[in-house]
Ligand binder design. Structure first.
Ligand SMILES: [Zn+2]
Length: 529
């Protein structure tokens, strides 16, 4: 089947307008190559006229292979009152040496006269000249009509005139932008339909922001009204409330509306792509993200779990594997036996005694959650608890002693040292390490001690560490819950510890994390090198 909707990714340009989002040129290249592997049709690499980093990216990109993906450079129309071939911004666009270029121009009369301070006719000339100039240089030109929907509502005639200008310069695709993200779905759909009807045979695209939480809905509505290209960003990164999240856009278009964007088997990489980009952006993935979040197919209520055990369709809108995600069954003190049995089955754990074991596990979970543990957020610890409760866990090491020293000096610097003594198969090992905090020092010392016995321990790293005070009234003497997220090359897992002592709580979560890793790799025994 032919691709029905072209996907245009602007994570590397509009996405970096988001708070806390910044990519180096090298990181941009890695993301671009990943997206090219997915078969995204256009990747906007940056604004070469606005900063040297983006120019560097475009230079590096020339050496790279983007398969069928077209790389595009972004910039504005020429400045007022100069010739297109003298405009430094258009020059930079050509220097980027991409097959396609995207330029934006003003569609809203308010922006032209009040913000830009240019006569309405000059703005129209700026659009025609710039598009025609880039076309004369052999580029595919995508024209972004900035503020189009607001402009159309204020002065439809002028907004249409700016688009006609881009078309008379022979722009290949006209992208209607809801730059302020304030347009309602019904208005947006109607305007796209009107533009479509007045420009028969022209190719239209859509670019929307998420200020009303409608970016994905608006993108889908535009496609239904005739747009053939959707601009957006991975995970919806972007200025203010973000752009349209391409992950949701693609999944909805292809799986719900039957409009092909990617090859079928590549849709199954959406979860991986979402996490890859969030990893490079260093923004923790949102659990509740549609389709690709950790919680997207997580079931907690006992009734739901017993239903999905019969038929997953009972509480799932699609099969999680369709987007590369996984079903998860959560266990907490609200859970019944069916959650435990489902989980045990998933882990390959045999429960005995006709429900005796699962009852024992539920009782243990209730007792521990009453103390402040939280297992639906710590599945690693839950697995260990289930194995321990049913006598199917043997500790891969045990702690003999641990000492942590914190030193803080006058100039504000601080350093922690941990000394640890453990035993593995009756062999004792003692080690010391420093860290930039007590938990880091313990982690380093413990790994050093264990790596001799379990070399694969070096594959794992801690990626998140959260501390929450459980009872407010006791102040610094309160009980705390520590949640640790760890990962290796293949998995992510969470573990939990609870104590009045933050070091003790951290220790529990840390040890569970390592136990989990070791029991995952259990084929590799002690002294395997
Ligand atoms: Zn934008």
């Amino acid at each position: 089947m032919e691709k029905q909707v072209l996907i245009y990714d602007t994570t590397l340009r509009d996405g970096t307008q988001g708070e806390q989002i910044s990519f180096s040129a090298e990181e941009k290249l890695r993301i671009a190559q990943k997206l090219a592997g997915l078969g995204i049709q256009y990747i906007e690499g940056g604004w070469p006229g606005s900063n040297p980093r983006d120019m560097r990216f475009f230079r590096m990109a020339q050496e790279a292979n983007f398969e069928t993906t077209r790389l595009t450079a972004f910039g504005s129309t020429r400045r007022a009152n100069i010739a297109a071939d003298e405009d430094p911004n258009l020059k930079a666009l050509l220097e980027a040496n991409t097959p396609a270029t995207t330029i934006f121009g003003k569609s809203w009369d308010l922006h032209v006269t009040e913000i830009l301070g240019v006569p309405l006719e000059e703005n129209v000339a700026m659009i025609v000249d710039s598009v025609a100039y880039l076309k004369s240089k052999g580029k595919e030109v995508i024209y972004d009509a900035e503020h189009f929907f607001d402009g159309y509502k204020a002065n439809a005639e002028y907004a249409m005139k700016t688009i006609q200008a881009a078309l008379s310069g022979e722009a290949d695709i006209i992208v209607l932008c809801d730059t302020n993200g304030g347009t309602m779905v019904s208005d947006l759909r109607q305007i796209v339909e009107e533009v479509r009807d007045s420009l028969p045979g022209r190719r239209l695209g859509i670019h929307v922001h998420n200020d009303c939480g409608l970016a994905v809905a608006n993108s889908l509505a535009a496609v239904e009204a005739g747009a053939i290209l959707v601009q957006g960003t991975i995970n919806g990164y972007g200025e203010r409330c973000g752009n349209a999240d391409l992950i949701s856009v693609i999944a909805n278009l292809q799986l719900k509306l039957g409009k092909k964007c990617l090859d079928d088997f590549k849709i199954m990489r959406l979860t991986e792509i979402s996490r890859y980009v969030s990893d490079i952006a260093n923004i923790p993935p949102l659990n509740e993200s549609p389709f690709v979040g950790r919680s997207s197919f997580a079931h907690k209520a006992g009734i739901h779990v017993s239903a999905i055990a019969k038929n997953p369709l009972a509480y799932e809108h699609i099969e999680p594997g369709a987007v590369g995600n996984k079903r998860r069954v959560l266990v907490s003190d609200l859970s019944g036996k069916s959650n435990i049995e489902y989980k045990a089955n998933e882990m390959g754990l045999t429960l005995g005694g006709n429900g005796y074991d699962s009852k024992k596990i539920v009782t243990e979970i209730k007792r521990m959650e009453d103390q402040g543990y939280q297992f639906d957020a710590a599945e690693g610890s839950l697995e260990l608890l289930m194995k321990k409760t049913t006598g199917q866990f043997k500790e891969p090491f045990s702690l003999l002693s641990l000492r942590v020293i914190n030193e803080k000096n006058k100039v504000g610097g601080s350093i922690s040292q941990a000394t640890i003594k453990i035993s593995v198969n009756e062999e004792e090992e003692i080690n010391a390490a420093e860290g930039n905090g007590p938990v880091n020092a313990i982690d380093n010392a413990l790994r050093k001690a264990l790596s001799k016995f379990y070399p694969r321990i070096n594959e794992m790293r801690l990626v998140d560490f959260k501390v929450r005070v459980l009872e407010g009234s006791a102040g610094t003497g309160a009980r705390v819950r520590v949640l640790i997220e760890s990962r290796d090359g293949t998995d992510i897992w969470n573990t939990v510890g609870v104590s009045e002592n933050i070091i003790e709580a951290s220790w529990q979560a840390l040890v569970d994390s390592i136990y989990f890793k070791l029991s995952k790799d259990q084929n590799e025994g002690p002294h395997a090198a």
